[in-house]
Ligand binder design. Structure first.
Ligand code: ADP
Ligand code: 5GP
Length: 215
């Protein structure tokens, strides 16, 4: 009898990624999602306005401040934070429910959100062991500003606010387990892929199902 990874039942793994706005998280994550059928993007709720080409229910759930507050009261979020004057929050249904079903989840949140999520994960059977924390950094401040301007989705004052925030966020890089410098998209994607591959074959994650020969 030969075995393969389908002989194991396991919880999914979560990949938490943060990095300053404009660093390329969305670009890199989209490529990673395309090559991983079992990896799902955790769609956050936000009170910010959709950008051109953003789709409600795909990029974010775009909701009002009132609805956001109602969801906070109903304890629907794993974490939430105010970022650049808007609220953003990760829904429990997007993360824990999926992990229980054995699906992997990619969570793109800011540094405050990562800290809350890490706290929530402590002592939590589903989140504690197989959540990896990854910081994605730009190759330089100049390049970051260039990317924000090239993206052409934000006005001058928003770009300036995001650059100020970036200076604070970049100091948090070593609060994370992994650092990815997004100098080149394909390289950044393959580094992220390596993390997923390594975590997914950890022996303590693999529960053999029937007919396990190595006893
Ligand atoms: P974030 O999700 O972190 O805010 P985006 O993915 O929207 O960032 O990327 C910001 C801009 O930078 C986009 O115009 C994107 O095409 C560009 N970009 C992303 N990664 C790179 C890279 N490695 N080199 C050059 N440009 C990049
Ligand atoms: P943007 O407005 O550029 O899409 O995102 C701005 C920032 O909000 C990014 O740093 C992104 O990682 C963060 N963000 C997106 N969703 C969430 C979330 O659910 N929670 C938290 N805390 N931050 C989020």
């Amino acid at each position: 009898m030969s075995i393969n990874y389908e002989h194991f039942s396991s919880l999914g793994i979560a990949l938490v990624v943060s990095g300053p706005s404009g660093t390329g998280k969305t670009t890199v994550c989209e490529k990673l999602l395309q090559q991983n059928k079992n990896l799902h993007f955790s769609i956050s709720c936000t009170t910010r306005e959709p950008r051109k080409a953003e789709v409600n229910g795909e990029d974010y759930y775009f909701i009002s401040v009132e609805e956001f507050k109602k969801r906070v009261e109903n304890d629907e979020f794993l974490e939430y934070a105010e970022v650049h004057d808007n609220y953003y929050g990760t829904l429990k249904t997007e993360v824990t429910d999926r992990l229980k079903r054995g699906e992997d989840v990619l969570v793109d949140i800011d540094v405050q959100g990562m800290r809350q999520l890490r706290k929530a994960a402590r002592g939590n059977d589903i989140l504690e062991k197989y959540t990896s924390y990854v910081f994605i950094a730009p190759p330089s401040y100049t390049e970051l500003e260039q990317r924000l301007r090239n993206r052409a989705t934000d006005c001058e004052s928003v770009v300036n606010r995001r650059m100020l925030n970036a200076r604070k966020e970049l100091k948090a890089w070593n609060d994370y387990e992994y650092l990815i410098i997004n100098d080149e998209v394909d390289l950044a994607v393959s580094r992220l892929q390596s993390i997923i591959t390594a975590v997914s074959i950890k022996t303590d994650r693999l529960n053999p199902v029937d007919e396990w020969p190595y006893v």
